[in-house]
Structure formats: C-alpha cells, structure tokens
Design a protein around this ligand. Structure first.
Ligand code: NAP
Length: 287
C-alpha cells in the first residue's frame, strides 16, 4: 500500500517558515501585503479566497480584497491592476480565476508587474521559468515540487505523465519536471489511448478536474500519484481526479484529496508573497 504524501503537514511547516520570515520583515518596519481581486460571484472562488485570507492572517501578511461586480469592464480591471502596481504598500497582486467570460484574463495577467506576480502567471514569470531563471513559480506546481523534495522523490530519468495542460497547472508543471531531468508526457482531452501513457508512467500528476478518472488498471505498480483535481460531488464531498481507494493499493506514494496538493498551493502563495516583499525591498535599498 502507498505511502500517503501529507500535504497538510508539509504546508503547515512551510507556513511556519513564512511566518518567521514575515516577523523578521516586520522588525525592519516592512509589512508584507497581498491584494486579491475577485470579479463576480463564483462560489468556489469565495472558498479559495477565504482560505488565502486565513493563511495571510495566520502568517501576519496584510490581506486586502477588491471585489468587483460581474459587469466590470476590461478597462476598469486594468485600471485597478495599474493602481495596485503603483501602490508601494502592495507587495503581491492576485487575480482570482475564474473571471467573467467577457473579460480577457491573459490580457489582465500581462498587466500585473512581474515584481508583484505572486501567482507566477504573467508572461515574464512563465518565460523565466522556461529558461530556468529564478522566478515566481505558479503555486500549485511549486507546491508539488516541494512535495517531491520532502519525500525524496527524484525525478531524474523518470517517466512523468501530466494529465491536463492548463496555463496554471499543466504547462508550468512541464517546465518544473523538465528542470528535474524527467522525461515528460502531457495528456489532454484530445490524447488518444491515454491509458497507454499512464501505464508507462513512474509518476502521474493529474490536473483535469474529473472525479475518480484515474483508475487502478491505468497505472503500473509502484507509481507515484499526485492528485491536483478538486471535484465537488452532489453530496458536497470533495474528490480528486484519482480513484484513491483502488489506486493506493498499487502506488508507492499518493496524495489524498483533501489534504494533499490544495494546502500546498496556499502555502506556496504565502512563500511567494514573502519572496516578492523581500525582493522589492532589496530593490528599494539598493537605489
Ligand atoms: P482546466 O483549465 O479546466 O484544464 C483542464 C485540463 O484537463 C485541460 O487541459 C483539458 O484538456 C484536460 N482534460 C479535461 N478532461 C480530460 C479528460 N477526460 N482526459 C484528458 N484530459 C482532460 O483545469 P485546471 O485549472 O488546471 O484545474 C484542473 C483541476 O485541478 C480542477 O479540478 C481544479 O479545481 C484543480 N485545481 C486544484 C488546485 C489545488 O490547489 N489543488 C489548483 C488549481 C486547480 P484540453 O486542454 O484538451 O481541454
């Protein structure tokens, strides 16, 4: 039976480290601040931002929320981002997705200044990740890499199969795994014979948003399984993309849902806010 990768516990350790760093910044008169933009009334977004705000409070990061109406225009959104870019008291800017369909999220991300891109979604951050430079790494892939470190899971030469190619999870994961010398395959909704890929994998990272999609017969014995999916059933219960009960019997390591990748994403956001604050203040003091 698989060893459970305890994201909840690891995330707690990372938050504790961020808290120490935050306390130290405060002794220098620096107060890290995260600004979060929410547009419309998406219920899942409300839960996500509530968890982010809770983590900020725990660490001592000032959390500021900007709630915009569903009918907000692109111009209004861009104006707010520009205002936050220029506000020296704001260290990190997060645009919570999804945003209403009439708005262009990529155009909005492009407007966030790199130095405050704590989600790692701007073209500058993504580009730096691709060429292996230090940058803000998208929080979910970054959290997954921290899990590999904690459990001494070496990716060198391993066959990693990523399910899902979204800009926020699947695509940055490709770069993170490549940097660790894995051989990477990415599957998506147009992939033929998906199970042929998963059966070959030493490590599977699933981020497709389909409850219990990955079955035991689709994996080989000893596989490492990272489940990013968060799917809410009719009964309100959360499930991942993995048929956990059966896959855990074949896997060597597996993440649960909840308590796996989810808490790590928030912990890495906190880590990125502290990083952004430090870098901005380094820039200021060297002027
Ligand atoms: P997304 O933007 O909806 O992308 C889903 C991806 O999965 C797409 O690339 C899609 O392929 C692919 N896909 C969907 N159904 C598939 C199928 N049956 N077979 C193969 N590929 C399939 O999703 P996302 O934002 O990356 O999120 C994915 C899941 O992770 C969701 O459940 C989300 O809630 C969760 N999530 C969790 C965290 C966390 O912290 N734990 C963070 C972010 C997201 P195409 O590109 O071909 O459409």
């Amino acid at each position: 039976m698989a060893i459970l990768i305890d994201g909840k516990n690891l995330a707690k350790k990372i938050r504790q480290k961020s808290k120490l760093e935050c306390d130290e910044l405060k002794t220098e008169g620096i107060n890290p601040k995260l600004a979060v933009i929410i547009i419309g009334d998406d219920p899942a977004s409300k839960i996500y931002v509530k968890n982010k705000s809770k983590a900020c409070n725990e660490i001592g990061i000032c959390y500021e929320e900007y709630i915009l109406e569903e009918k907000t225009t692109q111009e209004q959104l861009i104006n707010l981002i520009k205002k936050l870019n220029n506000d020296r008291s704001v260290n990190g800017i997060l645009l919570q997705s999804p945003i209403p369909n009439h708005l262009d999220i990529n155009e909005a991300f492009k407007m966030i200044t790199y130095m405050k891109d704590v989600d790692g979604f701007t073209p500058a951050s993504v580009g730096k990740l691709c060429i292996g430079e230090d940058t803000f790494i998208s929080c979910t892939p970054y959290g997954i890499m921290k899990m590999f470190d904690e459990y001494n899971i070496d990716l060198t030469g391993k066959e990693v199969v990523i399910l899902g190619r979204s800009n926020i999870v699947g695509k940055p994961l490709i770069q993170c795994c490549l940097q660790r010398n894995a051989t990477v395959t990415v599957c998506h909704s147009k992939t033929k014979n998906l199970a042929e890929h998963t059966k070959r994998a030493d490590i599977i990272i699933s981020a497709i948003g389909q409850s219990k999609f990955l079955k035991a017969e689709m994996v080989k014995k000893g596989v490492v399984v990272i489940d990013v999916g968060i799917n809410r059933g009719k009964d309100g219960k959360l499930t991942g993309d993995v048929d956990f009960e059966h896959v855990k019997e074949k896997a060597s390591y597996i993440t649960p849902v909840p308590g796996g990748v989810g808490p790590m994403t928030i912990a890495m956001l906190m880590n990125n806010v502290i990083k952004a604050t430090k870098e901005q203040n380094k820039e200021k003091s060297s002027l």
